[in-house]
Design a protein around this ligand. Sequence first.
Ligand code: G16
Ligand code: MG
Length: 216
Amino acid sequence: KIKACLFDLDGVIVDTAKYHYIAWKELANQMGFDFTLEDNERLKGVSRMTSLDILLSIGNVEKSEEEKLELATKKNENYLSYILKMGPEEILPGTKEFLESLNKEGIKIALGSASKNAMTILDRLELTSYFEAIIDGTKVSKAKPDPEVFLKGAEALNVSPDECVVFEDAEAGIEAAIAGGMKCVGIGSPDILKKANFVVDGLHKMNITMLKSLSS
Ligand code: G16
Ligand code: MG
């Protein structure tokens, strides 16, 4: 029986990838190299410091650990200036409707995100109250594809992993769900998210019947 749904944030509930992109691009340009939208795909679902390492490798730039911390802080301050202007109109289609249908069914809801800004983003979107547990980048030590973020979510909701369904747009996130013994719905392209139980374009394509088809 499905007792809980665990949601990734960026790419599932909201498209913050575009703001991450602007902020990383500005940082790259200040260091004298370009950063393309295609490069940005490599940063999805990846932690802030790992994202910076990928960015620096693209520019062929080497920095000390101290300089890296400064650069990551600078990027985050710039990113936050965009995030703080967001509002509920940026919630991806069907999200609220699906969360409400889960509430009606008595299915628990948690967030499982790599972002350290997850709380701020949920507040800006006015979605915080839907989540019984919020596991974000401030609460985990191992990044996806490690299942830590989702296992902590299940634990906080007091359900077992096989009673959980994870919603993820990144391959590493799908792998994390599987490694944790959970069912998984991919959000995006079936060509990329091959390992998911099934893939939909977005939460507007989800309903309770589809969710229940995953129970075994
Ligand atoms: C998100 C994004 C990643 C970002 C990471 C860390 O993960 O997909 O691109 O690098 O969070 O974000 P921050 O710099 O805000 O801590 P998720 O797991 O919500 O998709
Ligand atoms: Mg994501």
